[in-house]
Write a protein that binds this ligand. Structure first.
Ligand code: F6R
Length: 610
């Protein structure tokens, strides 16, 4: 979703802003713009479409400035066009503002500003804020105070940055519900909605919290709460590197992220397995471990792919821990006044740690005093910071919009949690050690699956023009079927549905004919015979069968039109392997259709509005 970058210091801000905006492209956007102060005059340059269009415009104009703010917009209020792109300005063009989030009371504010004769130039909710700031400046307030007073009248969410040609030595930044960080440099300072936009320049980061506002000059930083109290903020050194943010020789981030799963999975489990004790070690859970061990119910809450990983975790927790587990869409959980008991543990799963619904669901659960745990990838993200405790998945930066390595790393973390808690309950040392050994073999097994790319590419060629796909699995592999279907639809725009294989007979089978590809996830586990019957049922109706099966299964080759073989592992860990061919199948189908897999249409990497 929308991205923010800002710079003040000794360099020319234009290349800094453009590079930062390019680093944020993965979030998804439809227009881009910058606001600069050049020779005491404010200048806005904005355009529809890609940051590269904006870059060309700026090159043509040859503008240079030591202070600037830049934005990529993902339309919410008002169509994606130049007029609605950010920055927005006040009537005399002295103040510029960029904003992520949604102003819920914009209509009320707009009505009152219109009554005062203010003229609006866009259809956005954002524009009301800049006029409101202007009205406080006209009452004699400084820019910092005017922004603070304006924001106390605003309802909704924001991460925003403001500059003014009347106070050209500062950027004002504020946050409520939409991430914003300050990057501290030497004689220069930065702001951004995402650390990745700043990492080329500084690793010293201040994370603004909700309800905070900051004034940044080239050599100072001060922060207050929106109500005006002074606050001290901690500077944190981040470890992310530039190399991690590059494509590393792959055509796309998505392919790079699929191919690096042997390493990302290893990073998720590294230092967390204790063979001698047949258990796992998760430092992030130590302070809540006793409460977690005694919990009577676990609720997993998330959106999209992270929700699918929660569904797999439900199978793990119920099989090994015998703790009743529920999985909820965060968007439903937050609004339906959920019943939460004292001895419940609620786990919030989010790659970005910024998903608006998941964050709001967590805040709701915290209000009800539940034990809230975060399972996040992005270090220092809102969910990671606000949860009572939690575990990082350590997948490394995920840039491709379609989540791949974060899913397999989330599953690793849930399997580690399962092992840790099961060993405190009734799992034997020997069984625990068997699981540890299986964990250790995962990276090599993933490597083996990744050698199948050309085989999977050929299958993609056969089915790339199919209008529909069905994905079917049972038990642990039912959520994998949902995830396979989601991957395909989001990047190839082919309609795909995932179902528990047996449910197929209760409706979806009506869709099956010789044109319907059906992907079965059918490893040789306790559900194998049942799923083989389901495959026969599809075969009888001439559906085309693509089977993900165990490497020693030769029977399946006699029935399936295509089979992709994966190494065996224990059931709990199977989804970490079985999902990989599905990621590759979706990837190659989208590439063969000539689509942009890293930035699919309408999608955003980090969904920071509800
Ligand atoms: C799918 C995908 C989305 C995200 C969802 C939640 O490939 O990426 O469905 O999984 O938006 O995002 P996080 O995990 O960041 O909360």
């Amino acid at each position: 979703m929308c991205g923010i970058v800002g710079y003040i210091g000794y360099r020319d801000s234009v290349p800094v802003l453009i590079e930062g905006l390019k680093r944020l492209e993965y979030r998804g956007y439809d227009s881009a713009g910058v606001g600069l102060i050049v020779d005491s005059k404010s200048i806005i340059v904005k355009d529809k479409g890609k940051v590269s269009n904006l870059e060309k415009l700026l090159d043509e104009k040859g503008l240079k400035s030591n202070i600037g703010i830049g934005h990529t917009r993902w339309a919410t209020h008002g169509e994606p066009n130049v007029m609605n792109a950010h920055p927005h300005s006040n009537e005399d063009g002295t103040i510029f503002l960029i904003h992520n989030g949604i102003i819920e009371n914009f209509n009320t504010i707009k009505m009152s500003l219109l009554k005062q004769g203010i003229k609006f130039q866009s259809d956005t909710d954002t524009e009301v804020i800049v006029h409101l700031i202007d009205s406080f400046i006209k009452k004699g307030n400084s820019l910092f105070k005017a922004v603070r007073l304006a924001l106390s009248e605003v309802e909704g969410t924001y991460g925003l940055a403001v500059i003014s040609s009347n106070e050209p030595d500062k950027i004002i930044a504020a946050r409520k519900g939409s991430p914003l960080v300050v990057g501290i440099g030497n004689g220069e300072n930065f702001i951004a909605s995402d650390v990745s936009a700043l990492i080329a320049y500084t690793k010293q980061i201040v994370y603004l919290d909700d309800g905070e506002i900051a004034e940044i000059t080239c050599d100072s930083f001060k922060a207050k709460t929106i109500i005006g109290d002074d606050i001290k903020k901690e500077v944190i050194e981040v470890t992310m590197s530039l190399e991690e943010l590059d494509r590393g020789g792959y055509d796309t981030f998505m392919l790079k992220e699929i191919m690096e799963q042997p390493e990302s999975v290893l990073n998720s489990i590294r230092g967390r397995l204790v063979f001698e004790e047949g258990t796992a070690k998760l430092g992030g859970l130590e302070n809540v471990f006793d409460k977690l061990a005694d919990t009577k119910r676990i609720i997993l809450t998330a959106c999209g792919t992270s929700w699918h990983s929660g569904l797999v975790a439900e199978y793990m927790f119920e099989q090994y821990l015998r703790i009743p587990t529920e999985v909820e869409y965060a968007s439903e959980f937050r609004y339906r006044n959920p019943i939460i008991n004292n001895d419940d543990a609620i786990i919030f799963i989010s790659q970005s740690g910024e998903t608006a619904d998941t964050l709001a669901a967590m805040r709701e659960a915290k209000r009800k005093r539940a034990l809230c745990l975060g399972v996040c990838n992005v270090v220092g993200s809102s969910i990671a910071r606000e949860s009572d405790s939690g575990v990082y998945i350590h997948a490394g930066p995920e840039i491709g919009v379609a989540s791949t390595k974060a899913f397999t790393s989330q599953l690793c973390v849930f399997a580690l949690m399962t092992l840790l808690l099961a060993r405190k309950r009734d799992m034997s040392l020997v069984d625990g050690q068997k699981i540890v050994t299986e964990f250790q073999q995962l990276p090599d097994k993933i490597r083996k699956i990744l050698t199948l790319t050309s085989e999977i590419e050929k299958i993609a060629e056969v089915f790339k023009d199919a209008p529909n796909f069905l994905y079917l699995g049972r038990g642990y592999n039912f959520p994998v079927a949902l995830e396979g279907a989601l991957k395909l639809k989001e990047i190839s725009y082919i309609h795909a549905e995932g179902y528990p294989a047996a449910e197929m007979k209760h409706g979806p089978i009506a869709l099956v004919d010789e044109n319907m590809p059906v992907v079965f996830i059918a490893p040789s586990d306790s559900t194998y015979d049942k799923i083989m019957s389901n495959i026969q049922e599809i075969k009888a109706r001439k559906g085309k069968i693509i089977a993900i099966a165990s490497e020693h299964d030769t029977v399946i080759d006699t029935i399936a039109d295509y089979s992709i073989k994966i190494p065996d592992t224990i059931r709990m860990l199977t989804p970490i392997l079985s999902v990989i061919p599905l990621q590759l199948l979706a990837y190659y189908i989208a590439v063969k259709k000539g689509l942009n897999v890293d930035q699919p249409r309408n999608l955003a990497k980090s969904v920071t509005v509800e």
